[in-house]
Design a protein around this ligand. Structure first.
Ligand code: IFM
Length: 516
């Protein structure tokens, strides 16, 4: 019997090796309705921050606080004026979809009330341009950019009032654009937004309380506000989703989802403590949102460790939130090791880190300053985790990409490796039964980056900021992705990369690939 099992195992691993996504693969190995794209977000790419009736968002305020190395998104890539050229570039690259976000304060300048006709016109133009080039719009409603007016008026996401205003904004978007947009995501990286924005204070709206914030905390409460903001985000999402489903979904035939940043957590050691701590980290980082969305309530360990600081759902709210997503989307950049840290639960002043009682090691120490380690097994692990824990929901990878020094080189081999490895990992996950529906690389252009301003870039295209026209230049990764999207085969034998590099280098002048 054992012999037979052994034989079966050997045969199974042989088969797995035969069809592994790490081997050569092409677009044709993916289902035809699987979608490949690239993304940006409104504040990071549009520019025209003060034009045509747009008002400030909390992202503008953050960028102007000096935290992003003195840079801001006032002009960014100027996509507001160059969307036609950009859509042409997307079509030439072979993108099947473009993930972008709507600037709430461009569409409805004070957060509520009258629609700004020019904002409406802009998004109609962009969507029409995409559709006429055969590119599917995947739209996010909130990407770190709440209208500043609502932050000032009642404290933004910390107030329950936000639910009504968000639903009204979503209603405008569904009504005006929903006949052409079939994929809606209410929130980008809700978990990171509340954690960094309300505990550490280094994302908008930069709230935190001493001693927890990373910078000088001037307002906020790190012990309570992350939980409060998260709760209101979940309720706002659920209201928008109910509205979409009751009023629009039947006729518009679209989908509404929610996005989280996912790390892949593994225990630092194989002690029971670290293994349990790893589950706790998953519950606090992903379960915080995914459990209410899938099961209607927060994870038990959060209720236990956070106690009365964690808001609770009443029966009606729980039923509203449960099942309110048609898909879950993750942004994935790197893995982390988890170490148990029980002492932190005992300290008097508690914030998120104390509640979770783990130490995270992102293992970024040994890599060059800008680049992330490429860990395809970790992306597979994330997809497997959602499959097992949440009953294999439809998933999207909304962001995955490589950070590099912005003004370095157009010959971005590390990004090519990243694309190749992660796309291979997704293929493996699909073959293991994951219901993943699409992959978007971050980012289409080198945009204004959170934290880094213009020091780092993730783009397929370099944008020359010294040039008033903000000219775009293709990087090697754009060529590689285009080759893949148009059906070319890619794989680890590096032959395809060498060929594409050779072809690329002969198409640019010798010095063009090096940016001064
Ligand atoms: O630029 C950001 C994006 O806004 C959210 N996800 C991570 C990206 C890279 O830092």
């Amino acid at each position: 019997m054992w012999k037979l099992c052994e034989l079966l195992l050997v045969w199974a691993s042989f088969l797995a090796a035969e069809v592994s996504g790490a081997d050569r693969h092409s677009r044709h190995d993916f289902p035809s309705d699987f979608v490949f794209g690239a993304g940006t977000s409104a504040y990071q790419v549009e520019g025209a921050a003060k034009e045509d009736g747009r008002t400030l968002s909390i992202f503008d305020t953050y960028a102007h606080s000096g935290i992003t190395r003195g840079a801001n998104g006032d002009v960014a890539c100027d996509q507001y004026h160059q969307y036609k050229e950009d859509v042409q570039l997307m079509a030439d690259t072979g993108l099947e979809a473009y993930r972008f976000s709507i600037s709430w304060s461009r569409l409805i300048p004070n957060g509520r009330g009258p629609i700004n006709p020019r904002g409406l016109q802009y998004y109609n133009n962009l969507i029409n341009e995409l559709i006429s080039h055969g590119i599917e719009p995947h739209v996010t409603l909130h990407h770190f950019d709440l209208p500043q007016a609502l932050e000032d008026e009642y404290g933004g996401w910390t107030s329950r009032k936000i639910k009504r205003d968000f639903a009204a904004y979503a209603d405008v978007c569904f009504r005006e654009f929903g006949n052409r947009v079939r994929h809606w995501t209410t929130f980008n990286e809700a978990n990171i937004f509340v954690l960094m924005g309300y505990d550490y204070g280094f994302l908008p709206p930069q709230r935190c309380s001493p001693p927890f914030g990373v910078f000088n905390c001037q307002r906020g409460n790190s012990s309570t506000e992350p939980y409060l903001a998260a709760h209101n985000i979940l309720l706002a999402h659920a209201s928008a989703s109910r509205l979409y489903r009751t009023k629009y979904q039947n006729t518009q035939k679209g989908y509404i989802g929610f996005n989280l940043l996912a790390f892949y957590f593994t225990p630092l050691t194989n002690t029971t403590e670290d293994i349990v701590a790893t589950q706790r980290a998953n519950d606090f980082y992903l379960g915080w949102f995914a459990d209410p969305l899938m099961y209607g309530d927060y994870p038990e360990i959060m209720k236990k460790n956070v106690g009365s600081r964690l808001p609770s759902f009443n029966r009606i709210e729980s039923r509203l939130v449960k099942g309110s997503t048609d898909f879950l989307a993750v942004n994935f950049y790197f893995a982390a090791k988890v170490k148990d840290s029980p002492w932190s639960l005992d300290i008097q002043l508690r914030d998120y880190n104390a509640d979770i009682a783990v130490k995270l090691d992102f293992s970024l120490k040994n890599v060059t300053q800008f680049e992330y380690p490429v860990t395809p097994w970790a992306l597979q692990g994330v997809l497997e985790y959602f499959k097992q824990k949440y009953g294999n929901p439809p998933m999207y990878i909304h962001e995955s990409g490589q950070r590099m020094q912005r003004n370095s080189t157009l010959e971005d081999l590390p990004r090519v490796t990243c694309l190749q490895e992660y796309i291979g990992a997704v293929l493996d996950s699909l073959r293991n039964g994951s219901d993943t529906k699409g992959y978007f690389t971050w980012s289409f252009l080198d945009v204004f980056e959170v934290l880094d301003g213009y020091d780092s870039g993730y783009g397929l295209y370099y944008v020359d900021l010294d040039d008033p026209d903000r000219t775009r230049y293709p990087k090697l990764s754009a060529k590689w992705y285009s080759h893949f999207l148009k059906g070319g085969s890619v794989g680890p034998d590096s032959g395809s990369i060498i060929d594409i590099t050779r072809e690329y280098l002969t198409s640019v002048s010798p010095n063009e690939a090096l940016i001064e």
